[in-house]
Every structure is written in C-alpha cells, then in structure tokens.
Design a protein around this ligand. Structure first.
Ligand code: PLP
Length: 437
C-alpha cells in the first residue's frame, strides 16, 4: 500500500510521504588534498614509482618514501617496526605467515568483522575458530576465548571493531601464558588506545588498513606493527618473495618464507606521509562528531549510543548504536527505513556472522576434500555465537560516520532527523503493523 493512502495523521515523516530533513546525500569523506597531489607529482617526476627488488640487496625493503613512511608510522605509534603492505588483507596474511601458522593450526577469530580477518588463516591451512563477542563493545569476549583455546590453537586475531580496542592487554597476557600469538586486526582503529597504549601495538603483530574509506588512506594499503626483530624480518620476507633471501641471510627455519608481492608503491607511501601529518586532526574530528551524536541522542528511549570502556579511546570508524525494539515499539527495520528516508545513511546489523557465509556453510567437494580443503571436518553450526547473531538480526544500528564529511550543519541535521523519527515513533508503529500484515 502507498503511504499517501494512510488515513492516520503523521508528523511529516519522510517514510510516510513527508519532506526529509536531509535533502541532499551527505558529503563523502575526502582527505586527499593539495599536499598529497604535490607529493605524488614529485614521485612521478623522479620516475621511481616503486623501490622494491625481490632479492637480498639494499632495495629489498623498498624505496625512500616507503622507508620514510614506515619510520614515521613507528614514531607516531611508538612501535619498533612498521612494515608497509598493499592492504590490510595482505598484512593479515603476512602476519599469520610470520608467526608460522601451519595446516591444522587453529586461529581464534570473532564472527563480526570484515571477511579478510577470518579468511587469512585459510591461506596457510589454518582453521578459523569463531568465538563470540562482547555485547557492549563488540570485540572478542576474553572469557570465551579462554575456553576456546586448545592444544592446536596457534593465535588469536582480535579485531578492534568500529575503532574500539578489544581487551588487548588481557588478551596479550592470555596469549603469552598459553604460548600462542595475539594478532590485532587494527584496520579500523588508528590512534585508538587502551591504557594510553596504541591499539595495533599490543599484540605480537597489529595490522592497519589504509584503504580509501579509512581515517587516513593511501588508496589501497596497509601497515603491520611489531616490536619483535624476527617477526619484522619475516613480515618483510613474506611481503617480498622471501624464498629468495633465505640463502643469503643463512636462515635456518624457512617455514612460511614463501613470499608474495605485498609491496607498497612509492606513490602510495608518499600519500601516506602526507596523511600522517593530518592524522591527529582527522581522528579527533571523527571522535568529536561521534561524541556529539551520542550526547544528543542519549535521551531517546530505545536507543543506546556506543559505549567506551573506561581505559580506552574509541576512534569511531563506525558509530554503532543498539536499538531495543520493545522500548521503541517499532521494528529495527522500520526505524532504519525511517531514518534513511530522512537522509541518514544508517544500516541494520553491520556484517552477518561470518561463519554463515557460503564459504563455511556450503563447502564444495573437490576430489576427496571439500573446499576450503582444510575445513573438511569442521562444522560451523548456526547459533555458534549468539551475541553476534542477536546484534546482527535484532539490535545493532550502524552509521559509518567515517564515510562522510559531516560538518556542523550536516551533523545538526543528522541529529534533527533522529529526533524527528524518535518523536514520531507512534506513527511508525502503524506503518510497521500495516507492513507486517
Ligand atoms: C576489520 C577489517 N579487517 C580487514 C579489512 C580489510 O582491509 P583492506 O581493504 O585494507 O584489505 C577491513 C576493511 O574494511 C576491515 O574493516
């Protein structure tokens, strides 16, 4: 039924045919400016678009911009080594290779993250073991992690989801106690901290993303942080055809020295150097936007703004709220539609728990083994991670604030739009009923 035919009065909600609060799409977040263009031109004029050579020589570790970018990253993030790569995905693969993941090793992963986190172990024949997340902070639940550790566990990948750190210190202590590794997927959290220590530097290796919709970016790119000499060497080897350097360096344990081409170009690194100069401003700006949003929306019944653990800095790649439909009286789906109709680009539920992907549920038989071949005997049952499933199907509402510019006038409009919807929930109840019939 078209809503114009509805007989009840409404307060002009856009979903019910009224005028939206936000008439034009929000301005996309753009951080590339004059400085980046100038840096690129300089590299172009010099003609060296990449400085890598895949054999043991001075250029094994890349060109001048790559090295400078890595040094600057290490200084800012206070870690011994930063190893740039061409994506966070590559960085995660390199990290798991560097710690020596081998066929049959179990790697603990959260179910709510970008798929790259959980696919990376498969490259080495590792087995992703999904462990549920905390209902308030959306990161790995350490108590459940502890229960999931077996004699086969090689590593935990903690994702600092939405820009909020997982319980990193405790996870690292647990990993050390059990003799396993903690890898951080820090794709979404540059400058987030736990106890004043940067997320991405607490684990044995932390991997950031520099893809184009992150706080800072190089188009595509990533960077791995570690304080460990051996892991740094292995990361660099996996990044750049490591099989070629084991003889020259007389490396005894050549496990996982098979390399890839994960190298960052001089062009990307030169952009990264400029972006790093602005990172504090960019991140603080995001943080201020999110805090204002949370404060202004805190009194709305049925909406719970993102929580921040006491000792943490959240950098809000995503502003993730929780909706209580019993309290709002309307389904999350109708609430989301109403907000979208007002011009606020919110989404329901973020990412479906990843073990429900066809890759895990519908494994294809090729010869004797299914694909992915190392998961042949593994069952990823539904309801494996009830918290993640509940967030996905019922309560989580995400607003990817990192995708938009959100100047103060746009932010006010976003707040007005929420207010309009939450003040008119009664009209949505009718809409919800009619659409459920
Ligand atoms: C949590 C998480 N992990 C991994 C990735 C993959 O990053 P990249 O695109 O740099 O490979 C992303 C990208 O959005 C992410 O958000």
């Amino acid at each position: 039924m078209g809503f114009k035919n509805l007989l009840f009065k409404n307060n002009n909600l856009a979903l019910l045919g009224g005028e939206p609060v936000i008439r034009k799409p929000l301005t996309p977040y753009r951080t590339i400016g004059f400085a980046e263009r100038k840096a690129i031109s300089k590299v172009m004029k010099g003609g060296n678009l990449s400085g890598f050579v895949g054999a043991w020589c001075d250029q094994f570790n890349g060109g001048p911009n790559v090295r400078k970018f890595e040094e600057s990253w290490s200084q800012i993030f206070k870690c011994k080594y930063s190893v740039s790569v061409n994506s966070n995905t590559s960085g995660l693969i390199a990290a798991l290779g560097a710690i020596g993941v081998s066929p049959g090793d179990e790697v603990i992963v959260p179910p709510m993250t970008m798929s790259a986190t959980v696919m990376a172990p498969l490259i080495y024949g590792g087995i992703p073991v999904f462990v549920d997340i905390e209902k308030d902070y959306f990161c790995l639940d350490i108590k459940k992690v502890e229960l999931a550790i077996t004699s086969k566990t090689k590593a935990i990948i903690a994702v600092n989801l939405f820009g909020h750190p997982a319980q990193l210190r405790l996870l690292r202590d647990l990993a050390d106690k059990k003799g396993i590794y903690l890898i951080e997927d820090a794709a979404q959290c540059p400058l987030a901290t736990e106890n004043n220590i940067f997320a991405g530097t607490v684990g044995h290796i932390g991997v950031f993303s520099l893809n184009y919709h992150k706080h800072i970016h190089t188009g595509e790119g990533g960077i791995c942080c570690t304080n460990d000499d051996d892991l740094a060497l292995r990361l660099r080897a996996i990044r750049n055809h490591g099989e070629n350097i084991t003889e020259s360096l007389k490396i005894d344990n050549i496990t996982n020295f098979v390399g890839f081409n994960f190298r960052m170009t001089e062009l990307s690194a030169s952009i990264g150097l400029e972006q790093l100069k602005k990172i504090n401003n960019f991140v603080s700006n995001r943080e201020n936007i999110a805090k204002k949003l949370s404060k202004e929306l805190s009194s709305f019944i049925g909406l719970k703004s993102p929580l921040v653990r006491d000792d943490c800095r959240h950098v809000y790649y995503v502003w993730a709220a929780k909706i209580n439909s019993k309290e709002t009286g309307v389904s999350r789906s109708v609430l989301t539609k109403a907000l979208k109709a007002e011009g606020v680009p919110v989404e329901e539920g973020y990412i479906k728990p990843l073990y429900l992907l066809p890759a895990f549920q519908r494994r294809i038989a090729i010869g004797r083994n299914g694909w992915p071949f190392n998961l042949t005997n593994r069952i990823y049952e539904k309801s494996l991670c009830p918290v993640a499933e509940e967030l996905y199907s019922k309560s989580l509402l995400e607003f990817c604030i990192c995708s938009y510019e959100l100047n103060s006038s746009q932010l006010s409009k976003v707040i007005d739009a929420f207010q309009k919807v939450f003040e008119n929930l009664n009209y949505l109840k009718d809409y919800d009923l009619r659409n459920c019939e």
